[in-house]
Design a protein around this ligand. Structure first.
Ligand SMILES: Cc1cc2nc3c(=O)[nH]c(=O)nc-3n(C[C@H](O)[C@H](O)[C@H](O)COP(=O)(O)OP(=O)(O)OC[C@H]3O[C@@H](n4cnc5c(N)ncnc54)[C@H](O)[C@@H]3O)c2cc1C
Ligand code: FES
Ligand code: FES
Length: 503
């Protein structure tokens, strides 16, 4: 298929397989070898590029997704012969050794400085949390970003300096992609004639077809025509599974351009959140930060900046992983999920949506369109904590979301808890909540609640942790919250209202 996009400020038309990975297209078809491939699964940041100015991982993007987008690679960061201030600072601070991670690091840093021109060291670490370096050491890299930030006014918007001009038309021969109505599609013929290279996945000589409908009408038609198709949103889960050959699909339908799945709307009692919102977009929404801090805390702990730019809340729910970070907060918030087909819409409570690891009540032809949240009025303590093997890019070994309502005299009036990664899906415990209600957080009460919490869990052993460890940690998460609350609001005295030690 013909894919039209802007690359480093110049317009390009490239004929490629629709399911060709962007990293391969950049490196092998366009010769932009500054983009590196390390892990191929979203974990190292070496393949990072900017899409419309946002860091994204080109190993988890398909060529078709580039249509109408603006791509900046490391080759487009410099301004002509002059280095970008970030590049200059990396050289000056000795932040480059083998250089393998440097393109991704520099693009992540330039995007960070465009958003936050004067970052703290913690913000720099956070901004680069998805980029791994095996040799330089992070100290010098953080120094370099700080130095670049100090060169006030010199940090240009990446790629902004280049005037658009038609640069490329790369053709693999006969096959011609088509654009029909609102659905961009690649044809089977494309795969036979497209440029030779490593493709993300092929079925014999055929590439996976990729469709990108722009509204629900086009989606329903596409799904009716291709009943075996799989939908994907950010692709940060499905494309990793497909690459590992744990999932297969002859046709992929991307949801990223469907307008009706975007946006956050106010309802009389709270918010409606489109399933296609990226985690980043939700974190940027002041209504979510103000009224649903437990969700904001969990999204902040999810993946890395690039994963949060790409991954969606709908994808997190529908992958139905017990470790999904958005799940425990949505359980304690009592979220309701809107499931739709062309002709029918139904609403299900979140605790009936996921039926097991990777399993949901979604029926064939049905998708998750939105999430409804009621404001949790009166719950002044919002808390989410996750224990993983490292801070960023770590699936939870155990996680806990909590909402607490505390009386002026220090008694717990209402409590909601949900744990992730300690059972086939999110675990809740009416016993733990009942034990706490009406009580102050004394050591005895906390001990009982912790014991009950551990009993409620049914974790498994896996590569990341043993079942015993997970059970212990899930209790400890509750204990730690209780101890923190006791320190902030001693149980002998009244709890202050309106404060949250953890939000
Ligand atoms: C390096 C890395 C780190 C990660 N770290 C974390 C982490 O810390 N915490 C965490 O929770 N997750 C993590 N993930 C997993 C993943 O990024 C998230 O679960 C993300 O929210 C998935 O969203 P997506 O839009 O990319 O899903 P996709 O991959 O697009 O889809 C996932 C599944 O959901 C289905 N689907 C998607 N949207 C819909 C819809 N609207 N209706 C019906 N079905 C739908 C797809 O068919 C697919 O089966 C990580 C992934 C990677 C690669
Ligand atoms: S190659 Fe490692 S994140 Fe893409
Ligand atoms: S400089 Fe070698 S991996 Fe970072």
């Amino acid at each position: 298929m013909n894919i039209r996009f802007t690359i480093n400020g110049r317009e390009a038309t490239v004929e490629a397989l629709p399911d060709r990975r962007v990293v391969d297209l950049l490196r092998e078809d366009l010769g932009l070898t500054g983009t590196k491939e390390g892990c191929g699964s979203g974990e190292c940041g070496a393949c990072m590029v900017l899409i419309d100015g946002e860091p994204r991982l080109s190993c988890l993007m398909l060529a078709a997704q580039l249509e109408d987008r603006a791509v900046t690679t490391i080759e487009g960061l410099a301004n002509g012969d002059g280095l970008h201030p970030v590049q200059e600072a990396f050289v000056r601070c000795g932040a480059v050794q083998c250089g393998f991670c440097s393109p991704g690091m520099m693009l992540a840093a330039s995007a960070l400085l465009t958003q936050t021109p004067d970052p703290t060291r913690d913000q720099i670490r956070e901004g680069l949390a998805g980029n791994l370096c095996r040799c330089t050491g992070y100290q010098k890299i953080v120094d370099a970003v700080e130095t670049a930030a100090r060169s006030t006014g010199r940090v240009a918007d990446p790629g902004a300096s280049l005037a658009p001009s038609r640069l490329l038309h790369l053709s693999g021969g006969g096959g011609v992609g088509s654009h029909e109505g609102k659905v961009a599609q690649g044809t089977e013929e494309d795969s036979l004639d497209a440029p030779v290279g490593v493709t993300f996945r092929t079925r014999g000589a055929r590439a996976t077809q990729v469709f990108l409908p722009e509204d629900l009408d086009a989606l329903w038609s596409c799904m009716a025509e291709h009943p075996a198709a799989r939908v994907f949103a950010g692709g940060t889960d499905l494309l990793v599974q497909m690459r590992a050959r744990r999932e297969d699909a002859p046709v992929l339908i991307g949801l990223e351009r469907i307008v009706e799945l975007q946006g956050v709307r106010e309802t009389p009692s709270g918010l409606w959140i489109g399933a296609g919102n990226s985690h980043r977009r939700l974190l940027d929404d002041p209504r979510i930060r103000k009224d649903f801090p437990v969700l904001a805390q969990a999204l902040r702990a999810l993946g890395s900046p690039a994963i949060r730019n790409m991954g969606t809340i709908g994808g997190n729910l529908c992958s139905a992983s017990p470790a999904g970070d958005a799940l425990p907060p949505l359980y304690v918030l009592g979220a309701e999920l809107e499931l739709s087909t062309r002709s029918r819409r139904r609403t299900v409570p979140i605790n009936t949506f996921i039926t097991g690891p990777g399993k949901t009540v979604l029926r064939p032809g049905e998708i998750l369109t939105g999430i409804r949240l009621n404001r949790p009025d009166g719950y002044e303590i919002h808390h989410y904590e996750k224990v993983g093997q490292r801070k960023a890019l770590a699936c939870a070994i155990a996680s806990m979301a909590a909402l607490l309502k505390i009386s002026p005299t220090g008694e717990i009036e209402a409590a909601r808890f949900a744990w992730g990664s300690v059972g086939p899906t999110v675990v809740t415990s009416a016993e733990v909540e009942a034990t706490l209600i009406g009580e102050r957080l004394s050591p005895a009460v906390l001990e009982t609640a912790t014991r009950l919490a551990r009993q409620a869990m049914s974790p498994i052993d896996d590569l990341r942790a043993s079942a015993n460890y997970r059970r212990r940690v899930s209790g400890n998460l509750l204990l730690r919250l209780g101890i923190d609350l006791q320190k902030t609001f001693p149980s002998s005295g009244p709890f202050s209202q309106g404060s949250s030690p953890s939000s």
